[in-house]
Design a binder for this molecule. Structure first.
Ligand SMILES: C[S@@+](CC[C@H](N)C(=O)[O-])C[C@H]1O[C@@H](n2cnc3c(N)ncnc32)[C@H](O)[C@@H]1O
Length: 257
């Protein structure tokens, strides 16, 4: 299979039911820790920079929400800090109906002011500068895949310009994504683990070889943390910081508009 050409939307239709289990198996449970850690860092940052005290309404969106694990964690943390605000909105967005239908089973869906939208990140149904925080967890590198299934740098830029458009001035993009470990030896071990161990576990559990081969290869092909930081600065974000986790196999990028 040519991994540069793969229809991801169809792919997720095949793997959605066992997606969470496979994630936990492939990362040896570390994905649960990463989501908790990142939502803690993000919320702490908003408290320390007095963000919550300087707003009259709050709009938080999780794009590429998948089955909603990240969104669930983030809403839990954020909502305690905006109790007093009258206007608040939490939105989960994804282009996969199947993934969203599983997200709707999460506790977060029962909260007030929570909505789900079926849409592509390339064409967002939001006004300019209307969102405080956009997060994407483990879906960033998917945005380099065009709708006809090709790796496409231009569409990646277009989707990020769209994300930038909807974030308000002073608002944040928060991206958790696999990265390339800076240490060469660790990178080799991690690549070996990705290609030959974790992916094979997921293939066996899900029975889907194509989607997991694509996802694994796209990890090896993705930006390292410095390059992705530069990418975000080129999109127009003012300040970009990143944090590495587990020797740099994943990174959190925090970008302010
Ligand atoms: C690897 S999953 C990540 C799910 C979840 N955020 C998590 O932390 O597990 C990526 C998700 O991105 C969605 N996705 C990929 N490309 C997209 C696009 N262009 N627009 C909207 N959703 C997209 C897929 O349907 C999938 O649910």
């Amino acid at each position: 299979m040519d991994y540069l050409k793969y229809n991801l939307k169809k792919g997720y239709r095949k793997i959605y039911s066992l997606y969470e289990l496979n994630n936990h198996l492939m990362t040896l449970g570390l994905d649960i820790y990463w989501r908790k850690k990142v939502t803690d860092i993000m919320n702490k940052h908003l408290i320390e920079t007095n963000y919550y005290n300087n707003i009259k309404k709050f709009v938080y969106c999780d794009f590429c929400i998948g089955t909603g694990e990240f969104f669930d964690e983030m809403v839990k943390r954020v909502k305690k800090n905006i109790d007093k605000l009258e206007k608040k909105l939490f939105v989960g967005l994804d282009f996969s109906f199947d993934m969203i239908s599983l997200a709707k089973l999460k506790k977060v869906y029962k909260e007030e002011n929570v909505f789900f939208i079926l849409a592509d990140v390339g064409l967002l149904p939001f006004r300019d500068e209307s969102v405080d925080i956009v997060s994407i967890s483990l879906g960033v590198r998917n945005l380099r895949n065009s709708n006809d299934g090709k790796k496409d740098e231009q569409i990646f830029i277009k989707r990020f310009k769209e994300i930038y458009r909807v974030i308000r001035l002073g608002g944040y993009f928060c991206g958790l994504e696999t990265s390339r470990p800076p240490n060469r030896i660790i990178r080799r071990i991690s690549d070996f683990f990705t290609m030959y161990i974790s992916t094979n576990i997921a293939k066996i559990v899900s029975g889907d070889f194509e989607t997991y081969t694509y996802l694994a290869k796209s990890m090896l092909d993705f930006y390292d943390a410095d390059n992705f930081k530069n990418f975000l600065l080129n999109i127009g974000f003012e300040k970009v910081n990143y944090y590495l986790f587990t020797f740099g196999v994943v990174a959190l990028h925090l970008a302010q508009k």
